[in-house]
Design a protein around this ligand. Structure first.
Ligand SMILES: NC(=O)c1ccc[n+]([C@@H]2O[C@H](COP(=O)([O-])OP(=O)(O)OC[C@H]3O[C@@H](n4cnc5c(N)ncnc54)[C@H](OP(=O)(O)O)[C@@H]3O)[C@@H](O)[C@H]2O)c1
Length: 191
């Protein structure tokens, strides 16, 4: 009931009749089955187009998929950027296998990685900004969605242009040296 109420309040605040993709922010205390039932009701009522989740680690995703209609989940929004690569070990392979999209939140680590020397070096080689390289790096995986937050027009334009940056093997190797990929399972990080 809380999920339906929260959605209705969001529709009002956004002044729209439908939300295309509605996400459960994190696991919380309510059983997945009840939340999924609410999400499906919202779809039936035309209030949302599809639903997804956020901040769910592998074990949570497995549990979600065991529920009725759990496989209707469209996306898992997770912390992913050069300095937060844990999902590459297990969560991403699982999402690919299950055909569930991943959405990288805080893809430039809220600005904290932008002065990193390896990132700056790749950016200089391409004549682009470190933010563009950091975003292009998240998007190197097919099907990955990346959601930088920008509050200036310049940043929005800068970020859009990351789609024109193609990182080559030398770039990726340099970034791997500075930001090592995971060698073992790490619990999903959150911000
Ligand atoms: N699901 C979750 O639990 C969760 C948690 C955290 C965040 N999120 C979502 O993730 C999205 C983004 O995350 P975030 O804001 O935490 O981190 P972020 O996108 O990694 O970083 C945002 C910061 O980077 C700056 N920035 C943006 N584009 C830039 C550019 N081209 N060059 C230099 N600086 C740039 C922004 O400055 P300006 O504002 O000045 O442009 C802002 O200070 C948001 O939609 C947020 O809601 C989700």
């Amino acid at each position: 009931a809380g999920t339906v109420k929260a959605c209705e309040a969001s529709l009002k605040r956004l002044r729209v009749e439908r939300i295309d993709l509605y996400l459960l922010h994190w696991r919380g205390t309510h059983p997945f089955a009840a939340t999924i039932e609410a999400m499906e009701t919202l779809i039936d009522q035309g209030k949302i187009g599809a639903w997804g989740v956020s901040n769910l680690d592998l074990d949570d995703m497995q549990e979600l998929l065991e529920q009725d209609n759990g496989h209707h989940v469209q996306v898992n929004q997770v912390l992913y950027n050069l300095s937060r690569r844990g999902i590459e070990f297990d969560l991403r392979p699982f999402a690919v296998e299950q055909n569930i999209a991943l959405m990288a939140y805080s893809p430039i680590e809220q600005g904290r990685i932008l002065k990193d020397a390896a990132l700056v070096a790749v950016a200089e080689r391409h004549g682009v900004t470190p933010a563009q390289v950091a975003l292009a790096w998240t998007l190197r995986h097919p099907g990955m969605i990346s959601i930088p937050k920008a509050s200036t027009v310049q940043h929005v334009q800068d970020n859009r242009a990351c789609l024109d940056v193609t990182l080559d093997a030398t770039d990726l190797a340099g970034l791997d040296r500075a930001f090592a990929p995971p060698k073992k399972r790490r619990p999903l990080e959150m911000l």
